[in-house]
Design a protein around this ligand. Sequence first.
Ligand SMILES: [Zn+2]
Length: 178
Amino acid sequence: MSDEETTKTAPEPVKVLICPVCSLPAEYCEFGPSFDKCKPWLIANAAHLYPHLVNPDGERTDGKEEAVPAKQTGKKKKGSSEVPKILVKVESRNKKKSTTTIIGMEKFGIKLPEASKLMAKKFSCGCSVVKNNICEEIVIQGDFADDLLDMLKDKWQISADAIEVDKAKKKDKGAAAQ
Ligand SMILES: [Zn+2]
């Protein structure tokens, strides 16, 4: 007969929780005369009806706050996932002499003595591996920042994004400056 209907609508037995304190259905306690007294029983037996009683912070989950952290994830993350960088630093000792220092090549698995030799050959200049307290670096006599970018890219497939150039102002070569 109406078997299907009965299975479909098979009413889940709605249990009406009656509060023993005010003898109202639990969901009406807050409208009842003794809500404060009902609270302990409600928390214990009808917490789902009054989530804010159990978790006062629950009221703040209105969605507004979720948007904020979402924005922040768009920012650069500091820490574990940071990409290693090579620093190419050009320093002028005096008007005519500058040095180019390359720091961080070893992070890319490049052997500094080897790289130093290659650079010396390529740039026909003095080039050495210098060890300081913090790390080892390659120091080239002369300003080879631009050539280095090319070399790092060609020789070791290091993209320009991974290279930071720190170039001090130079006074002698005013060519491009003005
Ligand atoms: Zn009650």
